[in-house]
Structures are given as C-alpha cells and as structure tokens.
Design a protein around this ligand. Structure first.
Ligand code: G3D
Ligand code: MG
Length: 211
C-alpha cells in the first residue's frame, strides 16, 4: 500500500481506527503489513499501544488519513482500551483462525464496542493467519461470517504473512466511513488540500511505528 501523502487537490479527512483482540492474533502484524508492506516472523509484543498513520485514497478527490491505534491484547492492558475506542470512527477486531478461543475474545470486544463506543462506529471482524488454514484451521469461515452478518460487521479472513486481504480490509472499512459532514465542512470553509485533523488521544510526535 503506497504511503504517499495525498495530492494537493485532494481533501484528506483524518479518522481514528483502533485494533482490538486477543494477544498474538496478529494485530501489530496486520498494521505493519498495511502501513509498511512488511512482515516479521518474530515480533515483540506491543506494550500499551502503538500509533501509526496511513493514507487511503477513497476517490479522485478524497482521502482518509487513518490514525491507527494498535492496542496490546494482554489482560493487564484491558483497562486502557476505552481510551482508544472512545473517540474511534472505526475498529478492527482480530482473531486467529487457528485459535477458537480468540474468536470468543473477539466477540466480547465487539459486545463492549457496541455498548460503549461512539454510535455509528464501523466495526470489522478479521480472522487472521489465513495462510495456516489448510493445516491448522480451528474456526470455520462460514461460522465467523454468519456471526459477523448477524452483528452487522464487515468480515475478512486475512494473512499478515502473505498480505492476503490486508489492503482490502483497511480499504473497505475506510470506504464505509461516513465522511459527508467533514467533506462539506472542508469544501465550504477550507481551501482544497486542507488536512482536517483532530488530536486523539495525543499521538506521539512523528507518528512513527512503535509496535
Ligand atoms: P498481536 O499484535 O495481536 O499480539 P503479533 O500479534 O502481530 O505480535 O503476532 C503474533 C505472532 O503471530 C507473531 O509470531 C507473528 O509473526 C505471527 N503472525 C501474525 N500474523 C500472522 C499471519 O498472518 N500468519 C502467520 N502464520 N503468523 C502470523 P511470533 O512467533 O513472533 O509469536
Ligand atoms: Mg501487538
């Protein structure tokens, strides 16, 4: 995925994305694949949360700059999560298709988001490690897909390792975001090329990968 800044005649809208899910399901790996098109076989666990940005072209005149908060999955960091999803525009909840318990954990995050996150938040469910499907699949795609449809979620099976469906996941969620208000505001009140930004919750300066 190209990370070039949007051209000058394109309006860029900043939107907040949070990743949630059990530890070791591949949240940081999905972000690394999406933002840098890389994969590390040996990843250090995320401490607290990591912040990255990536710009996604929506159409000829609009881009979304995703401000991505990659949270740590361990139980000891659970109390921090509301800080990241409270103002989120969208969320990706990740499970590992080789670990059935990780889907249960994902469902509990989705319930929490549906109760506590801002109304209208766009939520995607991602079943990661698709490259291991043949040998180690423990969650049937049809089961997860049926759950996602019932809970009104976008759904993808992904592999951060092979990159399968990773851009599709982030691009589809970006295209689902209701941007009308912000675009009208930008086109009516601000010169073209303006970057509509809100600070949330104080991203580290530079916006570099800390995962
Ligand atoms: P997390 O951020 O959800 O905690 P990580 O998960 O991104 O740190 O990944 C946890 C482990 O899963 C890492 O392996 C990572 O390489 C592996 N992984 C992540 N995504 C995939 C994938 O799509 N396919 C496969 N096969 N492995 C993946 P280690 O060995 O470092 O624990
Ligand atoms: Mg991580």
């Amino acid at each position: 995925m190209a990370s070039n800044p949007a051209p000058k005649n394109v309006v860029t809208v900043n939107q907040k994305l949070v990743l949630l899910g059990d530890s070791a399901v591949g949240k940081s790996s999905l972000v690394l694949r999406f933002v840098k098109d890389q994969f590390d076989d040996y990843r250090e666990s995320t401490i607290g949360a990591a912040f990255l940005t990536q710009t996604v072209p929506i159409d000829d005149s609009t881009s979304v700059k995703l401000e991505i908060w990659d949270t740590a999955g361990q139980e000891r960091y659970k109390s921090l999560a509301p800080m990241y999803y409270r103002n989120a525009n969208c969320a990706i909840v990740v499970y590992d298709i080789t670990q059935a318990s990780s889907l249960e954990k994902a469902k509990s995050w989705i319930k929490e988001l549906q109760r506590q996150a801002p109304e209208g938040i766009i939520i995607a469910l991602a079943g990661n490690k698709l490259d291991l499907a043949q040998e180690r699949r423990a969650v049937e795609k049809s089961d997860a897909e049926a759950y996602a449809a019932e809970a009104n979620l976008l759904f993808f099976e992904t592999s951060a390792k092979t990159a399968e469906n990773v851009n599709e996941l982030f691009t589809t969620i970006s295209k689902k975001l209701p941007l009308e208000d912000k675009l009208n505001q930008a086109r009516g009140n601000a010169p073209r090329g303006v970057n509509l930004s809100e600070s949330w919750p104080n991203p580290p300066s530079g916006g570099t990968c800390a995962c």
